[in-house]
Design a protein around this ligand. Sequence first.
Ligand SMILES: [Zn+2]
Length: 144
Amino acid sequence: MSESMLITCPHCHQRNRLPATRLADGGRCGQCKQALFNAQPVVLNAGNFEAHLQSDLPLVVDFWAPWCGPCRQFAPVFEQACAALEPQVRLAKVDTEAEPALAGRFAIRSIPTLILFRHGREQQRLSGALPAAAFQQWVREQLG
Ligand SMILES: [Zn+2]
C-alpha cells in the first residue's frame, strides 16, 4: 500500500489522487490528460485558488502586480524555480491588481509577497524579491 496524494491540475484545476511514489514521474491529469507538472507557475484567481490551496502539495504563491518593478524582476527567478522545486512544491502567481479579493483575504500590504501554504493554511510569508538561490533555499527551509 502506498500513500496517495491530492494533486491539483495546473491546466483544468481538477484534483487528481495519485500514489506519492508516482509523483517523481510527473503523471497526467485524469480529466484533461495534460502533464501535472510543466515547470511553469500556475496563474491563480478567485475561481481556482481554493482547488490549489486544498491539495497535498505545498503551495508557494507570488502576490505581484504588473506596475511593480521588483515584481517584474523577480518573475523570471520564480519561473526558473519551478523546474528546481517541482514536483515537491507547486508555484503559483496571483496578480493583486486583477484579484483584489485574494490580496485582501491575505492582507497583502507590499509586493512582491511570497506565501507558503501547507494543507490549506499559511505557514510562512516573506516580502520582497530574492535572488534565485536565496529564494529556493527559503522554500526548502520551510519544507524542512
Ligand atoms: Zn487537468
